[in-house]
Design a binder for this molecule. Structure first.
Ligand SMILES: [Zn+2]
Length: 196
C-alpha cells in the first residue's frame, strides 16, 4: 500500500520520545506528528479519516521498533526495518491493534467487552417462549419496560413473564428446542441453577 522508501523518507530525522508511555496512556495519535506524517504520505486530497487511520497504524508499527528507553529514532533503522514497518502498517490499517486505538476508541471497546462479559454472567432471566436468556440490565433497559421489579420482569421480546433461574444457568442454543423443553419442565418443577 505505502512504499517502505516513502515512509523512510517521510520520517527522516524523526525522533519520537516516550513511545511506550504514549502507548500506556492510550494517548490519541490523531493530532500529532504522526498525523502530519500520514498527511505527507497520503497527500492533501486524502480524507481526514484515512489520515487518522494511517497515523494510528504508523504509530503502532513504529512502536515495535523503539529503543528500551521508549524512543523511536528513525535514522537508526535499516531499510529492512522500514520494509517491516510498511508491512505492519498496511496490516494495522485493516485491523488496528489495541495500541493503535485512540483513548476514546479504547475505552469504548473495553466497555463493550465488559458489558458482554457481565451480561453473559448474569443472563439467567429466561423466556421459554422465545428460548432466550436475559441479563437483568437488558431487561431493565428496554424501552417499553423501563421500570421492572424483580418480581415482574417481562421478556423484552414477547412480554411474557421471565423466570430467574440462577447464576449458574447456561442457556442452550436457541434452536435446540428439546433442551429448552427439558429445562422448562425442570424450571416449572422448581429447579434453580444456583452457584455451588
Ligand atoms: Zn419472550
Amino acid at each position: 500500500m505505502i512504499d517502505a522508501a516513502a515512509i523512510k523518507a517521510a520520517f527522516a530525522g524523526f525522533t519520537g520520545e516516550k513511545m511506550l508511555r504514549a502507548w500506556r496512556n492510550r494517548s490519541p495519535v490523531t493530532c500529532s506528528y504522526w498525523t502530519f506524517r500520514a498527511r505527507t504520505l497520503l497527500g492533501a486530497a486524502a480524507s481526514l479519516t484515512d489520515v487518522w487511520k494511517l497515523a494510528a497504524a504508523l504509530y503502532a508499527a513504529c512502536s515495535e521498533f523503539t529503543w528500551t528507553d521508549g524512543s523511536f529514532r528513525a535514522d537508526t533503522l535499516a531499510m529492512a526495518a522500514w520494509v517491516r514497518i510498511a508491512e505492519h502498517t498496511a496490516a494495522y490499517i485493516l485491523n488496528p491493534p489495541e495500541r493503535a486505538l485512540s483513548r476514546g476508541e479504547y475505552e469504548l471497546r473495553r466497555k463493550a467487552r465488559r458489558e458482554q462479559a457481565v451480561s453473559n454472567i448474569y443472563a439467567h432471566y429466561v423466556c421459554f417462549r422465545c428460548r432466550k436468556a436475559w441479563a437483568p440490565a437488558a431487561v431493565r433497559n428496554r424501552k417499553h419496560c423501563p421500570r421492572v421489579t424483580p418480581e415482574s420482569r417481562p421478556c423484552p421480546d414477547c412480554g411474557h413473564a421471565l423466570i430467574g433461574l440462577g447464576l449458574a444457568f447456561e442457556p442452550p442454543k436457541q434452536s435446540n428446542c428439546r433442551a429448552w423443553r427439558q429445562l422448562e419442565a425442570k424450571a416449572r418443577a422448581g429447579n434453580r441453577f444456583l452457584k455451588p
